[in-house]
Design a protein around this ligand. Structure first.
Ligand code: NAP
Ligand code: GCO
Length: 271
């Protein structure tokens, strides 16, 4: 017979994963991974705030959240523009409250062989994927320090650990983001701020759509390289993202949680 679970203990454990009353800013969350994480946070009790670069995208996001019964607030803001980011964070603090949870999700990829890539293209990827998280984190940390707690979650990648053809700028940015994560944890851990990363494996979103088109051998390559033998879904990221935003992870700091179906553990299918 299974041992009895005392209700009080059960309630305590569930409360460890609650985001009730927290304000969460998820960048670039009109759709894709950011949208899924924001929706999970709303279900765990958080108030959702997101940004995107254009009004049409913010409107599209707002309509999607509304259809899912989520009362989100959206702002037009480019994560690479420090002035815009500072103004948006100040506006959020005024209109919604101090940001308790920041997810640096906004990101782009350019798949171009390195010797064909221009320096301007390389810089653009670094600017959005690495400078963006620096700028937004820098803007939210002072209020987190004053409030006495904060959670920052950086969306890293397999490319924080691995290289592959055509993604030099993305790998450089996501490798850098892993180290920015560890540095924020090191520098602000004493203020009860936890900064961790999620390293998604290959997830079916618009970003990976070109890799998943029928006939692209990359599709079979990824399935063979993943012990789970499938692409990930945005649902796969929800539990790990809630864990890293909740009190359950209060002593987890500077960690990258890879949610990759086992890719990083695997040498690949034997012939
Ligand atoms: P996505 O579908 O392309 O969504 C990215 C979002 O970021 C879009 O809403 C995009 O807006 C927004 N964005 C781009 N530049 C921005 C800027 N300067 N300021 C504000 N928002 C901006 O990508 P995703 O697949 O959901 O990926 C989300 C994050 O996870 C990215 O950091 C990505 O690198 C990372 N990731 C993805 C995978 C995967 O397999 N899909 C795996 C590992 C890591 P626009 O529509 O205007 O571009
Ligand atoms: C690529 C992919 C990657 C993945 C992801 C892996 O071209 O290699 O698009 O960028 O989306 O980041 O974790």
């Amino acid at each position: 017979m299974a041992p009895a679970v005392f209700p009080a203990k059960k309630i305590y454990i569930m409360s460890q994963f609650s985001l009730e009353g927290k304000v969460a800013l998820i960048t670039g969350a009109s759709y894709g991974i950011g949208y899924a994480i924001a929706s999970a946070y709303a279900k765990a009790g958080a108030k959702i705030v997101f940004n995107d670069i254009r009004q049409e995208l913010v409107d599209k996001g707002l309509a999607a959240y509304k259809a899912d019964g989520i009362d989100a607030k959206g702002y037009v803001c480019d994560v690479t523009n420090e002035e815009q980011v500072n103004a948006t964070v100040a506006q959020i603090e005024k209109e919604v409250g101090v940001i308790d949870i920041l997810v640096n999700n906004a990101g782009i990829i350019k798949r171009i062989p390195m010797i064909e890539m221009t320096a301007a293209e390389f810089r653009q990827v670094i600017d959005i994927d690495l400078n963006g998280p620096f700028i937004v984190s820098k803007a939210v940390i002072p209020s987190m320090i004053k409030k006495g707690h904060g959670k920052i979650i950086n969306i890293c990648s397999m490319m924080s650990e691995l290289g592959r053809e055509t993604v030099s700028a993305y790998a450089a940015a996501k490798g850098g983001l892993k180290m920015l994560t560890r540095n924020i944890a090191s520098e602000y851990g004493e203020y009860n701020i936890q900064c961790n990363g999620i390293g998604p494996g290959y997830i079916a979103t618009p970003q990976t759509a070109p890799l998943r088109v029928k006939g692209n051998p990359f599709n079979d390559f990824i399935i063979a390289k993943t012990p789970a033998a499938r692409w990930g879904t945005t649902d796969d990221l929800e539990g790990p993202a809630v864990f890293l935003a909740s009190p359950a992870s209060d002593f987890v700091n500077g960690h990258i949680l890879y949610v990759d179906g086992g890719i990083l553990a695997y040498i690949g299918k034997q012939p």
